[in-house]
Design a protein around this ligand. Structure first.
Ligand code: BES
Ligand code: MN
Ligand code: ZN
Length: 495
């Protein structure tokens, strides 16, 4: 998609579709008023007939209006002007794209200079426009034989706003485009079936991503190399599978080599059967999404490289398949992690923490300033938060506060749970230094408690994305979260 800032009075804009806002109670936005008076009241007539009331999410087309250069006008309800916020603007865009997706319109123009969000600036609006457009353009087709007709739209333009330089709007649009594309990359990796998207596939994708970005480099560790490092915990998860586990390390070199990096670490279970603690059959297909943390790390690395962030970042993905093979780990087995701590595996379905703990120990060698891990870790997070929230737990308040704020900014929101010592005793073991489960209560917290035993020396935060990473039901598919949160966080950091 091509984006541009296009100036000019709305009625003179040449476009296949011009999009303007209608406020609630049928009040016309400034741009709608201009179109109305240029087109012999074509807009206000629709309002008077009650065809559009301005409720958020409503849409109406006007075709071939006299005196209007654009082929169609799309009126989009934007709700109460005074309460226009980042969430409503985002909904405004996604609604517009949803209906435009079905059109044979090659160019779209958003005439929305008068729309001001109470909590965000024009830069944010411009970047959200292109992010939503990219997201709207994605459909999963890879393993379907009937290919969908691609979206006809080729160019999207935005009206300029007073008080903000065109250059700044341009770069905001570029940024949103990069974020939207990265979200789609994460969605695609998530949506691919487990027989395609294996640990080896994730490694190959990372290598080819690095080849197309000068600032990126990768290192792929085999099981043999991981064994040499003592990653007994990670390897115990892969033991039952014919697929080889991979530790994927991606470096973004945006600052001087001696500048300490920021680290992001993703859970990459390419399929989670539960292992010997086998999961029930219903809905098990959704456990192909158990690598969405990894997908968000890979996509974020690609995005920050494209944005040329002037910092160093290391992305680590712990990729394995959790299967009940004859060599699989059994409940009660004790393994030794890279940290030296021994782990009693009471449930082989609590495998995410087992691969992450070794990846978190591994990343210490880069002396990261902060470490964020991202994982579809617990069903308890889904029970607690449903699908709208990334669960956040951290051993550092400053880091947690920053992640919460970035979640608000990117509308990829997180909510914090306590990581109090009171919960630590739940993962005590009689046979090892720590047990890999903490019983049926407070599952998201005890999972984070487990990880915290391996991150004591780090400023660390954990995002449990079990609820937010994919949708179930008719809209089944990966969401690409929390790529936009991670990009926002890293964009705010300094070398
Ligand atoms: N990948 C699952 C978590 C999950 C379950 C995410 C359902 C989304 C939906 C994870 O590996 C897992 O199986 N966790 C167990 C942990 C339990 C055995 C302590 C869970 O949450 O049931
Ligand atoms: Mn599991
Ligand atoms: Zn899992």
């Amino acid at each position: 998609m091509k984006y541009s800032i296009k100036a000019g009075s709305p009625e003179k804009i040449v476009s296949d579709c011009i999009i303007v806002a209608i406020w609630d109670k049928g009040r016309l936005s400034e741009e709608a008023k201009v179109l109305d008076s240029a087109s012999r009241k074509s807009v206000s007539k629709l309002v008077q007939s009650g065809d559009i009331t301005g409720k958020l999410g409503e849409t109406r087309f006007i075709y071939n209006a006299v005196g209007i250069a654009a082929k169609r006008i799309l009126l989009v309800g934007a709700g109460d002007k005074k309460s226009l916020s980042s969430t409503t603007i985002s909904k405004f865009f996604s609604t517009a794209f949803k209906v435009c997706r079905k059109l044979e319109a090659k160019s779209l123009h958003f005439s929305i200079s008068s729309c001001e969000a109470k909590d965000k600036d024009k830069k944010w609006i411009a970047s959200r426009l292109s992010q939503e457009a990219e997201m709207a353009g994605y459909t999963y087709t890879t393993t379907k034989s009937q290919t969908m007709k691609p979206w006809a739209a080729k160019s999207i333009s935005l009206s300029p706003s007073t008080g903000i330089q065109r250059k700044i709007l341009d770069s905001a649009v570029k940024r949103g485009q990069a974020i939207g594309k990265a979200i789609n990359r994460a969605r695609e990796l998530g949506n691919l079936p487990g027989n395609v998207c294996t640990p080896t596939y994730l490694a190959q994708q990372s290598v080819s991503l690095a080849k197309s970005n000068r600032s990126l480099s990768t290192q792929i560790l085999s099981e043999k190399q991981m064994a040499r490092l003592g990653m007994g915990s990670l390897l115990s998860v892969a033991a039952g599978s014919a697929e080889e586990a991979k530790l994927i390390v991606i470096h973004h070199n945006g600052a001087k080599t001696d500048s300490r990096p920021y680290a992001i670490v993703g859970k990459g279970i390419t399929f989670d059967t539960g292992g010997i603690s086998l999961k029930p059959g219903g809905g098990m297909d959704e456990m192909k999404f158990d690598m969405c943390g990894a997908a968000s790390v890979i996509a974020t690395m690609g995005c920050i490289a494209e944005l040329r962030l002037p910092i160093n970042v290391v992305g680590v993905v712990a990729a394995a398949e959790n299967m009940p093979g004859s060599k699989a780990t059994k409940p009660g087995d004790v393994v030794k992690s890279m940290s030296g701590k021994t782990i009693e595996i009471l449930n082989t379905d609590a495998e995410g923490r087992l691969v992450l703990c070794d990846a978190l120990t591994f990343v210490e060698k880069f002396k990261p300033r902060t470490v964020i891990d991202i994982a579809t870790l617990t069903g308890a997070a889904v029970a607690t938060f449903g699908s709208h929230v990334n669960a956040l737990l951290s051993n550092n308040n400053e880091l947690a506060a920053s992640i919460l704020e970035c979640g608000q900014h990117s509308l990829d929101r997180a909510w914090q749970l306590p990581l109090w010592d009171d919960y630590q005793s739940l993962i005590n073991s009689n046979f090892a230094d720590v047990a890999n489960i903490g019983g049926p209560r407070a599952g998201t917290i005890t999972a984070a408690c487990f990880l915290s035993r391996f991150t004591e020396k780090q400023k660390w935060a954990h995002l449990d994305i079990a609820g937010s990473a994919w949708n179930s039901g008719a809209q089944k598919g990966a969401t690409g979260r929390p790529v936009s949160l991670l990009v926002e966080y890293l964009s705010r950091q300094k070398a």
